[in-house]
Design a protein around this ligand. Structure first.
Ligand code: ADP
Ligand code: 5GP
Length: 215
C-alpha cells in the first residue's frame, strides 16, 4: 500500500468532520493531520487535538517560515495544514486525511498531484437535511453563519469539478463510500448520477441564499 493524502472537503455542515472521525475509528491505516487555525475553540474542542489554536502572529510566523503545505482564509479566519503533521502520518505508513476547505484543497492537489492525493467532495443529501444539521449544530453566531453560507455557495457551485463526490445521506454508507475510494487508490471516479448532482447543487445554492438573507 502506498500512503496517500486524502482531502475531504464539503460546505460547512456537510459532514466532513463527522465522516473523518468515523473513518479514523474504522480504519487503523488512516491518520489525521491536525490543522492550525486562528479561530477560537468551540466548546469541547481541545488544543492540539481538534486544531492547533494559534494567534495571528504565531500563524503568520509559521507561514513565513514555510511550515504550511497550504493555507487559506475562511470566513475571516486563517486555517493551514502543517507539513510536519502530514509527514508525521505518512512516515508512520498511513494515509493522511485532511479536512480542509476548497482553496486549500486546490493547493494540496498541486503539491501532491494525483495519484499522490485523492480529493473527495461531500454533499449533504437535501436542503432540508443540510439546514437541520447546520443550524442544529448551533456553534456559529448569525454573522459567522452568514459568512459560511456565502462561502458554501461558491463551494457547492464548484462541486461538479471534483473527481469524487459522496452524498452524505446515511452516515455509514457515506463512510463506506469514502473508504472504497481510498481502497481503489482514487483510480475510479466516484460520482452519483449527473442529474442528481445538478439538481442537488441547485437546491443547496437556493437554500444557502435563503438562509443567508434570513440570517
Ligand atoms: P462539517 O465538518 O462539514 O462542517 P459536521 O461533521 O460538523 O460538518 O456535521 C454537521 C452536523 O451534521 C453535525 O451535528 C453532525 O452530527 C451532523 N451529521 C453529519 N453527518 C450526518 C448524517 N449522515 N446524518 C445525520 N447527521 C449528520
Ligand atoms: P471549522 O471552523 O468549521 O472547523 O472549519 C471551517 C473550514 O475550514 C472547514 O471547511 C474546514 O474543512 C476548513 N479547514 C480546517 N482546517 C483547514 C486547513 O488546515 N486548511 C484549510 N485550507 N482549510 C481548513
Amino acid at each position: 500500500m502506498t500512503s496517500r493524502v486524502v482531502v475531504l472537503s464539503a460546505p460547512s455542515g456537510g459532514g466532513k468532520t463527522t465522516i473523518t472521525k468515523a473513518l479514523l475509528a474504522r480504519r487503523p491505516d488512516v491518520g489525521f493531520s491536525v490543522s492550525a487555525t486562528t479561530r477560537r475553540p468551540r466548546p469541547g474542542e481541545q488544543n492540539h487535538v481538534a486544531y492547533h489554536f494559534l494567534t495571528r502572529d504565531e500563524f503568520a510566523r509559521r507561514r513565513d517560515a514555510g511550515a504550511f503545505v497550504e493555507w487559506a482564509e475562511y470566513a475571516g479566519e486563517w486555517y493551514g495544514t502543517l507539513k510536519s503533521e502530514v509527514d508525521r502520518v505518512l512516515h508512520s505508513g498511513k494515509h493522511v486525511v485532511l479536512d480542509i476547505e476548497i482553496q486549500g484543497a486546490r493547493q494540496v492537489e498541486q503539491r501532491y498531484p494525483a495519484p499522490q492525493s485523492i480529493g473527495i467532495f461531500i454533499l449533504p443529501p437535501s436542503a432540508a437535511a443540510w439546514t437541520e444539521r447546520l443550524l442544529g449544530r448551533g456553534t456559529e453566531s448569525p454573522v459567522a453563519l452568514a459568512r459560511r453560507l456565502e462561502q458554501a455557495i461558491a463551494e457547492i457551485r464548484q462541486s461538479r469539478t471534483w473527481r469524487h463526490i459522496v452524498i452524505n445521506d446515511d452516515l455509514d454508507r457515506a463512510v463506506e463510500e469514502v473508504s472504497k475510494i481510498i481502497d481503489a487508490d482514487g483510480a475510479i471516479p466516484h460520482r452519483p448520477h449527473g442529474e442528481r448532482v445538478n439538481n442537488l447543487v441547485e437546491e443547496l445554492v437556493r437554500e444557502a441564499d435563503r438562509l443567508r438573507h434570513g440570517a
